[in-house]
Design a protein around this ligand. Structure first.
Ligand SMILES: Nc1ncnc2c1ncn2[C@@H]1O[C@H](COP(=O)(O)OP(=O)(O)O)[C@@H](O)[C@H]1O
Ligand SMILES: [Mg+2]
Length: 349
């Protein structure tokens, strides 16, 4: 029995995704997953090869499949550069066969990140790569300017550039409040499937729906000593809708429907080997919470917190800021106890 056109497309797309992951034997995996014979899947692979979507290396014991990529590099002088013109004239024509929702995310993310290089980097040039294959689209925007984490560190007088990552994760952070709102990185990182910022030998990584906002330290790459490199990737069948992402960060009582709710992975406040115990760590976390109506605090990967940290966060801060609702999530038993203890002290004057 042969499959309908739609079913065949679905299987082919799954096969392409599997090939992109470079798993050992994508033909067998997909054959098992959809309960379709290996011969049939193999024929699909042959068609994909003929049509130029994949490459097959037959030199080893078993075939190795990879997706064909189209890659375009461009560089521009920043002086007088306009992000929407670059998008329209150079990038949009390269993006083929993508649904409207994905195109809108690409347009938003690309122009926001290019605008950042233009407005914030103090660099003279910006380098852009667009890479497309059958499954996804990736953008890289690279400048050799001041470096994002250094810029934020200097603006806030932070003792360590690593603390800049926490500020970016909170959102609404900008070094230029007269002309900017501090939303670009926050929202772009939540729309793309993968989003990295590399700078200063540090990396901020966000993977949509996987709850990851990791700080990778010590990338130790000579090339990352200067400037900022942003990489973002989205799969062509992504179901993300820009408006829904904005709506996710509007507090329930916000009548102006603005960016009034944020989500913070608490683990970003601690560094390798550290425990969250002190008031100063809590104050670092709390900084700029008052710009939001709701703050979700995700304690995933934070197994314990100290009494002073909990007291500052859940008693002192709320008594000074009754209009900001703190919503702790994913608490371990120990963290939960500390939070309850701090909250119960709220009423004791
Ligand atoms: N390429 C860059 N080089 C240096 N600093 C940057 C760069 N991109 C972003 N930044 C810093 O990160 C901050 C946040 O960026 P973003 O979220 O886009 O907000 P906004 O552009 O509205 O300020 C900027 O205000 C700026 O300080
Ligand atoms: Mg911006």
């Amino acid at each position: 029995m042969s499959l309908s056109f739609e079913a065949r497309q679905k299987v082919t797309y799954a096969l392409l995704k599997e090939m992109k992951k470079r798993t050992e034997n994508p033909i067998v995996t997909i054959s098992n997953k959809f309960d379709i014979s290996k011969q049939t899947i193999y024929r699909y692979a042959q068609t994909l090869e003929k049509e130029g979507f994949i490459r097959v290396d037959r030199s080893g014991k078993s075939n190795v499949y990879s997706l064909s990529e189209r890659e375009v590099h461009k560089s521009f002088n920043i002086d007088g550069l306009e992000e929407d013109v670059v998008w329209r004239d150079y990038v949009l024509p390269l993006i083929k066969d993508v649904p409207k929702n994905v195109l809108q995310v690409c347009s938003y993310g690309f122009t926001e990140m290019l605008n950042n290089a233009i407005d914030h980097s103090d660099a003279k040039k910006v380098y852009i790569d667009v890479t497309e294959d059958a499954v996804s689209i990736e953008f890289m925007i690279r400048d050799y300017g001041i470096g994002i984490f250094t810029k934020i560190q200097q603006a806030l007088g932070l003792e360590d550039p690593k603390h800049s990552i926490l500020e970016l994760a909170k959102g609404k952070f900008t070094t230029d409040p007269a002309r900017h709102s501090g939303e670009g990185i926050f929202f772009t990182s939540r729309m793309f499937d993968l989003f990295y910022i590399r700078s200063c030998e540090l990396q901020f990584l966000s993977e949509r729906n996987k709850g990851k906002d990791y700080l990778y330290e010590d990338l130790d790459k000579e090339d990352l000593k200067k400037g900022t490199c942003v990489i973002m990737e989205i799969e062509k069948d992504s179901d993300v809708v820009i408006k829904d992402v904005f709506d996710m960060f509007t507090a329930k009582d916000d009548e102006s429907f603005g960016f009034s709710k944020t989500y913070i992975p608490v683990r970003l406040a601690k560094h390798e080997g550290e425990m969250l115990v002190s008031r100063s760590q809590a104050k670092r976390l709390i900084r700029r919470f008052d710009r939001f109506m709701e703050v979700i605090l995700d304690f995933k990967d934070v197994t314990e917190i100290g009494q002073a940290f909990a007291d500052e966060l859940f008693r002192v801060f709320p008594s000074d800021h009754p209009n900001v609702e703190l919503i702790p999530k994913n608490m371990s038993e120990d963290v939960h106890k500390m939070v309850m203890r701090a909250m119960s002290n709220r009423t004791i004057q």
